[in-house]
Design a protein around this ligand. Structure first.
Ligand SMILES: Nc1ncnc2c1ncn2[C@@H]1O[C@H](COP(=O)(O)OP(=O)(O)O)[C@@H](O)[C@H]1O
Ligand SMILES: O=P(O)(O)OC[C@H]1O[C@](O)(COP(=O)(O)O)[C@@H](O)[C@@H]1O
Ligand SMILES: [Mg+2]
Length: 439
């Protein structure tokens, strides 16, 4: 359970500068006493408890940095997510147009670009340079995985005169941001670090969901529409669609709900039985015998209990690699039907990278702009060691230290999202199983 103290936002010091937004008459200011309740769910019969609230995001009347003397830098890290360019553009425009910040750097290729020995130096981000980027997927700055030495990175920020760093990326990026902020604090430097969390996987705490997720669902459901056409277009057609989701099944579950065309959805949180009475293959066979076709969604991290071991290898950022459940299931479905001499037309579809490389949809664009501008306001007010949190309708400040605290964000298998996914597929509710069962 979080306390109000856990949610305190660090600050570089007193805010002595009048915000230029006051002169425009465009902004209604908020102050640090404005909050957003952490717990939206309550029990009416619970004893009253003191409210615990995030600090509300938004422009402050007094700011820490003098805009004309401020240099900001943006960096995008980790896997791509729809909306990265929208975030870059809105941060740049808010800083340049609303505050009058004149020097904004775009660090190339993720954290590896925060280094004087980097292959590519930062680029200048002007309003003109970012004018049209919001229509495109990806990131104009490029991204990467892999560690960066915090001392090297902070030396580089100092050498470039950077006052504010905006790390835009997932849970790993935010952990990295905290390491940099700690090094900055250790040296007593007045450099603000304000993160903007991206996640198509929907697996970052205090952000529910962040930008990218809604677009990923929309793109996935377009693929599933095609998969359904393929499955119904052949005798005993089965379309198996692999979606991203290393540890959390939000994309697969959400896509099942959005598309309404999936008959099975397999997620990391539910180690389904494969063989035997009540297992996936038997349920699939029954569905195909009864209806002549089926659409199966599988998240990349699902079914790892079906392999004898875990992969020891990680990616450059330390994320554990997973066995390829898509190809594994494809083979097992084929051999199951062959063993029963049952006709099968199996189509395996892996749209993973297409889903995260597309431009943001309307909802994610809406979210990106608000999160980006909120980050600009927080940073100009000298807030640091924080990231922007978001929930439908609200944008607020979250200490980055909370990203690594508490249980990881996973699908609640007793919650309404998973219930809706089960209802839309009609698949059995498989429970928790031991390793290697049914393999
Ligand atoms: N615990 C950590 N400490 C410092 N840096 C980290 C940490 N975890 C990840 N990073 C760095 O953050 C960047 C992005 O992390 P990654 O896990 O690849 O993507 P994401 O931010 O999307 O989760 C990489 O450069 C990675 O090395
Ligand atoms: O193949 P890549 O580029 O390493 O990315 C795969 C991973 O990237 C993601 O899209 C995002 O993951 P991150 O949070 O690590 O950036 C995951 O869903 C997926 O497991
Ligand atoms: Mg991640």
């Amino acid at each position: 359970m979080l306390t109000q103290q856990d949610l305190a936002i660090e600050s570089l010091g007193d805010c002595a500068v009048d915000s230029p937004l006051g002169a425009t008459g465009r902004s209604s200011f908020v102050d640090d006493a404005d909050g957003v309740l952490v717990e939206s769910r309550v029990r009416a019969d619970a004893p009253p408890a003191p409210p615990v609230a995030y600090q509300l995001a938004g422009p402050r009347r007094k700011i820490f940095f003098e805009p004309a003397k401020t240099t900001a830098a943006l960096v995008t890290c980790g896997g791509l997510s729809p909306g990265l360019n929208n975030v870059i553009r809105s941060v740049v425009l808010e800083l340049a147009h609303a505050y009058g910040v004149r020097r904004i750097l775009g660090i190339r290729n993720g954290y590896r670009g925060i280094d004087s020995d980097a292959a590519e130096p930062p680029i200048e981000l002007t309003p003109r340079a970012v004018a049209d980027i919001h229509h495109d997927g990806g990131t104009i700055l490029a991204s990467s995985r892999g560690p960066q030495d915090p001392e090297t990175a902070v030396d580089f920020l100092v050498s470039q005169g950077v006052d504010i760093l905006f790390p835009i990326g997932g849970d790993g990026t935010q952990r990295g941001a905290l390491v940099l902020q700690r090094e900055i604090a250790r040296r007593g430097l007045p450099i603000a670090v304000v993160g903007i969390p991206k996640t198509i996987d929907n697996d970052i705490p205090h952000v529910a969901p962040s930008f990218g997720y809604a677009t990923a669902l929309e793109a996935a459901s377009d693929c599933i529409r095609g998969a359904h056409v393929e499955a119904t277009g052949a005798p005993n057609g089965v379309a198996l669609v692999k979606l991203m989701g290393r540890d959390a099944g939000f994309i697969a579950a959400g896509a099942a709900i959005v598309s309404q065309d999936a008959n099975f959805v397999l997620v990391p949180e539910v180690p389904f039985p494969l063989e035997g009475e009540g297992g996936f293959l038997e349920a699939l066979e029954r569905r195909v015998r009864e209806r002549g076709h089926a659409v199966v969604l599988v998240a990349e991290g699902a079914g790892q209990h079906l392999f004898d071991s875990e992969i020891a290898e990680t990616d450059e950022s330390g994320n554990k690699r997973r066995w390829d459940i898509g190809v594994f299931l494809k083979d097992r479905i084929a051999s199951h039907f062959a063993a029963r001499s049952l006709e099968l037309t199996l189509k395996y579809i892996d749209p993973s990278y297409l889903i995260r490389s597309c431009p943001a949809n309307a909802w994610d664009k809406f979210l990106c702009d608000r999160m980006a501008r909120a980050a600009a306001h927080a940073a100009m007010a000298g807030k640091t060691g924080m990231m922007i949190g978001a929930r439908t309708g609200e944008v607020y400040h979250v200490p980055i230290a909370l990203v690594g605290r508490g249980p990881a964000v996973r699908l609640d298998v007793n919650g309404d999202v998973w219930n809706a996914a089960l209802a839309s597929t009609g698949q059995p509710r498989w429970g928790q199983l031991g390793r290697a069962s049914g393999g």
